[in-house]
Each structure stands twice: as C-alpha cells, then as structure tokens.
Design a protein around this ligand. Structure first.
Ligand code: PLP
Ligand code: LYS
Length: 442
C-alpha cells in the first residue's frame, strides 16, 4: 500500500492525514469529505522554489488554481510565497477575497470577457496572459482608456504533442489555446503588442498539457519558444524577460504512474534555457511555471462511507459510496484511475476486488473499477487517494447532490475550509414560478 505525504496508520488501524484520524474526521464532518495534507502542499511548493534557487535562476512558481480554488488554499499559497494562476473572474474574485498579492496574480483564459479584463485592471494584477486577437484589442483598448500599463505574456502553442489524455493536451497546433508559433499567428500577435505605450510585453507563455511524465515534451517546448525569442531579438531587438513554461507535471495516482520528482521537470527546463541562452548570448529570462496537479493532487484524499453492495455473480461486486461523479468527474470523463483503501481498517488485508460505484443515476458513475480494499462492510470509510486536483473544482450538483465539505489537516490540527453544501444551498438560485392565470409571467 502506497501512502502519500504525512499519511500514516495509527494504533486503531485508522488512516491518518496530517496527524489526524480520518475516521474521526468522517464522524465530525460527515462524508464525502475532501481532506488536504497541507504539509505536503507546502513541501511541493518549497521543492519547486528551491530548485530554481539552487540554479540561481529568478523564477515565479504560480499555483495553477483551476486544480483547486478556495480562499484557504490561496492563503496557504500566499504563505508559501507562490504566485497565482487564475483563469476566470471567479478565480480572480476568490484571490481578491483571500487578499492575494495582486502583483503575483497571472490571468489566463482563452475567452476572457471585457468585464473580466476590466476586473483585472481594477485589481492591478501582475500579468495578463493574452490568448487571442480579440483579447489583444480589448487589453489595448482598456489600457488606453485608463492610461494604465499592463504586463502581458503572449501564450503560444509550440506544436508539441505531449503523451497524455487527448482532452488535456494543449500545446499541439490544433488547440483552442494561444497563438501558433509555426503559422505566423504568434508573430502577428507580437507585432500588435510590441511597442504599445501601455503594454509591457514581458515575454512568452506555453502550457503543453497535463499529467505529463516525460521531460522531452517540456524540452521541445522550451526550445521552440527560445528559438522564437532569438528570432524576435534579431528582427525587432525585443528581449524577452519572462519565459513561462506552464505546468502539467504528472503525479502518481496508481502504481502504473511513474512520475519523476517534480524538481526533475524544472531542472530540465533550466538546462534548456541555460544552454540556449549561452549559445545565443541571450540574457537569461525569468522562468515562470504553473503547477496545479503536482501541488495539490496527492495532497487530497476523499473519504466516503460505503453503503449498498451488489454482487453480479462471476463478474464483480459493486460497493456504492455516498458521493461519485458529482464530486469526482475524472473517472467518467477521462477514464482516470485511482487507488482506494479502507480507512477504518487499514491493517486488514486489502485483497477484496470490488468496483467502487458512486450514487449518481448513471451507469458510468464508477469511481474505481477493480479496487482492492478490505472485505467491505456497510459503514466502512473508503478513502480514495490523490483527489486533490480537478475534483472539487470540477464538481457538480448532478442529481442535486450537495458538494462535499473540505478540511485542511496539518500537525495534528484540522480546520474546515469549505463547508458542506446543504439542501438550502442546492435550491438557493431557484426562482419559483410566479402564480399567474396564464402560465409563465413576464
Ligand atoms: C495554462 C495552464 N497552466 C497550468 C495548468 C496546470 O496544469 P497542471 O495542473 O497539470 O499542473 C494548466 C492546466 O492544464 C493550464 O491550462
Ligand atoms: N481537468 C483536467 C486537467 C485540465 C488541466 C487544465 N488545462 C484533469 O482533471 O486532469
């Protein structure tokens, strides 16, 4: 059994996280419950930052908060001196609520609205990562109208096809994100921004995809961007001061996943940048990265309570839990794989092969096929590991299931950071039909 971060087993045979008994957590807060190991988040953040420090490279490590966005995680990110990648007005609003240092907020998105961009200007954020020609016009218009400068990075697609799930590759030519490097779009975008009185063009950004294990894809992307930087210096005397190489570093969900230590990806990036800058006598730019999954993924564990069971003789045994695709869409959407344990009986042999099913009205609502847990009993606390990234942030109220609560654990302490939704929350946006004689009133 592979345990993550501060996970351990106490003398009751219970799984603990951050020194806190998960069975106690389930009793206190109910299930489903998403539990974060905050020491692990801090350790990951520190490792990224120290890798850059060791190489003497100026860097920003921006937490890609689409992986998990809440006021409390932004507060921890702030404590760790991280920057923040937000991708919508909603994430920016959350960052403002957390009083995140505005100059360290980077705003992403392939279709930012005028209102969202104005919000970014209002807050004086650190940088807008422009993604398309419409956005360029809007950023220019807003900055001119306000006579305010804005830092900008140009998001480009380097034409790298990273090996991961098709739905989560983003650096290939046929992508909805960014300007293509090869077909001239990136050059056109550059020319529209370069030398504008209110645009401070910092440099380039790319993000090639998510849950990537190979360093090659990052190397190819970095080389492609550096070549373009050299080209723009030759043609326009433009010096790129920031090179943002995105996130995407893979993590270990199951034994089949063999990620490198997060610092290995960074070291590869550093190597390419230092080699290329030396070869081309180019000033070493600041390197920015945007890890999401690799900061929060394995720091999160979801606790469920086992309920109904069904044996399909000769085929499988279903163990249904009190959550499902509503709190973790990833298995249904990407066929994502996870591992589970019986948190209340960690020392029992985990040799029963079962399918952990959710409670949504959907045959595909299976969280894990072929999970190995202790012989299941109704009321068991089933813990699914590595659910810290893209679970709560992609959760829905399908079947009107309330979203789970979230607890942070560290050094034997626990704190509720997102409360469980209630049925009142579920209907809070509903507007009952007006009582009129003729059906719907206007
Ligand atoms: C622009 C950008 N940066 C960073 C990330 C974070 O990726 P990951 O969570 O895989 O590190 C994403 C998501 O894929 C992204 O789209
Ligand atoms: N939501 C995806 C990752 C997308 C990353 C954002 N571009 C996942 O759960 O793996």
């Amino acid at each position: 059994m592979h345990l993550y971060g501060t996970q351990s087993v106490n003398n009751h045979g219970h799984l603990t996280i951050g020194g806190v008994d998960t069975v106690d957590l389930a009793n206190m807060y109910g299930t489903p419950l998403l539990v974060y190991d905050i020491a692990l988040f801090r350790e990951r953040a520190k490792a990224f930052k120290e890798t850059f420090k060791k190489a003497g490279i100026n860097a920003q490590v921006a937490y890609a908060s689409k992986a998990f966005s809440s006021i409390a995680i932004y507060e921890v990110a702030k404590q760790m001196d991280l920057s923040l990648d937000v991708v919508s007005g909603g994430e920016l609003f959350t960052a403002v609520a957390a009083d995140f240092p505005r100059e360290k907020i980077h705003f992403h998105g392939n279709n930012k609205s005028y209102t969202e961009l104005q919000f970014a200007f209002d807050e004086g954020i650190g940088c807008i990562v422009v993604d398309n020609f419409l956005e360029i016009e809007m950023v220019k218009e807003i900055s001119e109208a306000r006579q305010e400068k804005m830092n900008v990075l140009l998001r480009v697609t380097p034409g790298v096809n990273a090996s991961t799930h098709d739905y989560i590759t983003t650096g290939q030519e046929d992508s909805k994100f960014g300007f293509d490097l090869k077909n001239g779009q990136a050059d056109d975008a550059f020319l529209k921004l370069y030398n504008h009185p209110y645009i401070n063009l910092l440099g380039m950004h790319c993000h090639i995809g998510s849950q990537i294990f190979e360093t090659d894809a990052f190397r190819f992307a970095a080389v492609a961007l550096m070549n373009k930087m050299v080209d723009w210096r030759e043609k326009f005397k433009f010096i790129c001061s920031v090179l943002n190489l995105g996130g995407g570093f893979g993590i270990r969900y199951t034994v089949e996943d063999t990620p490198l230590h997060p610092s290995a990806y960074v070291e590869e990036m550093e190597k390419v940048v230092l080699e290329m800058t030396r070869t081309h006598n180019y000033p070493v730019p600041e390197i920015w990265i945007e890890p999401g999954r690799s900061l929060v993924g394995d720091a999160g564990t979801t606790l469920y309570t086992a309920g109904a069971m069904k044996e399909v003789p000769g085929i499988r045994t279903y163990v249904a839990v009190d959550g499902g695709m509503s709190d973790n869409i990833r298995p249904a959407l990407y066929e994502a794989k996870y591992t589970a344990v019986t948190a209340n009986r960690m020392v029992d042999p985990h040799s029963d092969k079962v399918t952990i099913a959710g409670k949504c009205c959907e045959s595909g609502d299976k969280l894990i096929e072929d999970a190995y847990i202790a012989e299941p009993v109704e009321g068991d606390i089933i813990a699914i590991f590595c659910t810290g990234a893209y679970t709560y942030s992609m959760a829905s109220n399908y079947n009107r299931l309330p979203k789970p609560a979230i607890v942070f654990c560290e050094d034997g302490q626990h704190q509720l950071v997102v409360r469980r939704e209630t049925y009142e929350d579920i209907i809070r946006l509903d507007v009952p039909l007006q009582k009129t004689e003729h059906g719907v009133s206007s």
